[in-house]
Write a protein that binds this ligand. Structure first.
Ligand code: NAI
Ligand code: MG
Length: 502
């Protein structure tokens, strides 16, 4: 296997060893097994277009086997005999192992996803660790309540019980971190899981599977099934033995999952879907901070982020100044292979995504929006990867596809606004409602906007902050359910009410 690397870059021996030996199996019932049909699929390095590894393609038989293993682990011990604190101890141990293997996990993430190594190493991996630790602490603190009722001599209390077998289907933009977002609360609550990473980025989930085994989780508690949406993801959603599906990805697939959950066993569903988040700069903002903030709000992760601040509203008095600032920021940053030191922005995930984003750029141009900056695929030494320069559109037409649809690439649609009512109306005039940002020194205006905008998260004078303790999720077609914080316990438990005749 030849991986071409940027000059002067070498990989950790553990990374190379993992790529050479491990990826072709599925984790089912505590064993690494070949898929029933012996099918595999390739995962690629988006910085070079080269194949990194072949991984197992899980079919319906494998999903079935994993559901049996997860059910058995859920019902027949030793998992169901552990109390919350003991589950927490396993989660903490897993967090320690992730930390020990952080360099290798970060390299696998950069190879598979493309993001800068520095971002994977200092962002994704430690955030995943923090997630497992946060829920390790919560695992022993899941409480019911006692309820006063009007009927005499009845004592009523509730218990929060696990859902059972949960299916976790995740996207490719934060492969390891999404595993943590879903697995940590699901396991803390006592469920057993089938985890399906995205077909574009299966590697860190597979390495995580090895660490889960090493941490001592009983067989069948976590099963890892690599494969595409169809058949692998669809088989999980259709399975009568899966009690709940938690999904992060596109709104289209979310809709499909909800429908198929209804058509099978009415399994519970929680959905983190797309976004088209407004980011607002008022004239009274600290402009240098606002410009930098607005730039990274949309261009970090090459715009492949559900919360990307992809609609930028600029108060007219500072419109030109903000655009010039963004353009200067774009001039400063370096796009390239995530393994190259000092690179700020990596490639898009695949040729398919690149084509999709270029299609949006073409539609913006033909629809009358102006390309203020960027808009081109990068060539030269980057020609074999899927690189696109940060692209800034200016427009005054909110009906354009580049303003209404999630592009999931380094493209921002910037526009000027004149007054409050216009701003609020336009900011909310999309089908999504995931996040929003606002930059102003006027504290009342900031809160007023935060309370008015239809979004699950609002950042004031900042953008894109996340923490394991802070609930996150969508309004409108951005989905429902709140991940992170104590709110996530509601996604992975069900309430049982018990009446006691005294
Ligand atoms: P996707 O929604 O197709 O993929 C996400 C996950 O769902 C993957 O694991 C995939 O294998 C699985 N999946 C696909 N079809 C399925 C099905 N029928 N049943 C069960 N699971 C299924 O997203 P994709 O195709 O990778 O990206 C397309 C667009 O979706 C992006 O351009 C972006 O706009 C949006 N997207 C949004 C994300 C977000 O976090 N908001 C994340 C990923 C994609
Ligand atoms: Mg897809």
């Amino acid at each position: 296997m030849g991986i071409s690397l940027p000059p002067d870059v070498t990989l950790q021996p553990a990374t190379v060893n993992f790529l050479r030996t491990s990826p072709k199996k599925l984790l089912i019932g505590g064993e690494w097994v070949a898929p029933a049909r012996f099918e595999t699929f390739a995962t690629f390095n988006p910085a070079t277009g080269e194949e990194l590894a072949q991984t197992a393609l899980a079919g319906p038989e494998d999903v079935d086997r994993a559901v049996q293993a997860a059910r058995d682990a859920f019902e027949n011990g030793p998992w169901d005999k552990l109390n919350g604190e003991e589950r927490g101890r396993l989660l903490w141990k897993l967090a320690d192992l992730i930390e020990t293997h952080a360099d290798e996990l970060a390299e696998l993430e950069t190879l598979d996803n493309g993001k800068p190594l520095r971002v994977a190493r200092n962002g994704d991996v430690p955030f995943a660790v923090r997630h497992f630790r946060y829920y390790a602490g919560l695992a022993g603190k899941i409480e019911g309540s006692t309820i006063p009722v009007s009927i005499p001599n009845q004592f009523v209390y509730t218990r929060r019980e696990p859902m059972g077998v949960v299916g976790l289907i995740i996207p490719w933009n934060f492969p390891l971190l999404m595993c943590a977002w879903k697995l940590a609360p699901a396991l803390a609550c006592g469920n057993t899981a089938l985890l399906k990473p995205a077909e574009e980025t299966p590697l860190t989930a597979l390495r995580l599977g090895e660490l889960i085994t090493e941490a001592g989780f009983p067989p069948g508690v976590v099963n890892i099934l690599t494969g595409p949406g169809v058949p692998t993801g669809a088989a999980i959603v259709a399975h009568m033995g899966v009690d709940k599906v938690a999904f992060t990805g596109s709104t289209e697939v979310g809709r499909e999952i909800m429908k198929n959950a209804a058509l099978s066993n009415l399994k519970r569903v929680s959905l983190e879907l797309g976004g088209k988040s407004p980011n607002v700069i008022f004239a009274d903002a600290n402009l240098s901070k606002a410009v930098r903030g607005a730039f990274w709000a949309v261009f970090s992760t090459s715009g492949q982020e559900c919360v990307a601040g992809s609609r930028l509203f600029i108060e007219r008095a500072v419109y030109e100044q903000v655009l010039e600032g963004l353009s200067a920021e774009a001039q400063k940053i370096r796009v390239g292979s995530g393994l190259t030191p000092k690179v700020h922005i990596g490639p898009l995930i695949s040729e398919h995504q690149l084509e999709r984003v270029l299609g949006y750029i073409a539609s913006g141009r033909s629809g009358g929006a102006q390309v203020f900056k960027g808009g081109e695929r990068l060539g030269g030494e980057l020609a074999s990867g899927y690189f696109l320069s940060p692209t800034i559109f200016t427009h005054q037409d909110d009906s354009l596809a580049i303003v209404q649809e999630e592009i999931f690439g380094p493209v921002v649609a910037a526009t000027a606004f004149d007054d409050w009512d216009e701003l609020v109306q336009r900011a909310n005039a999309v089908r999504y409602g995931l996040a929003a940002g606002v930059w102003t020194q006027d504290i009342s205006k900031a809160h007023r906007f935060a309370h008015t905008v239809k979004a699950g998260t609002v950042w004031i004078n900042g953008y894109g902050y996340f923490d394991a303790a802070a609930p996150f999720g969508g309004y409108k077609e951005s989905g429902f359910g709140r991940e992170m914080g104590q709110a996530a316990m509601e996604l992975y438990t069900q309430v049982k009410t018990i009446w006691v005749g005294l």
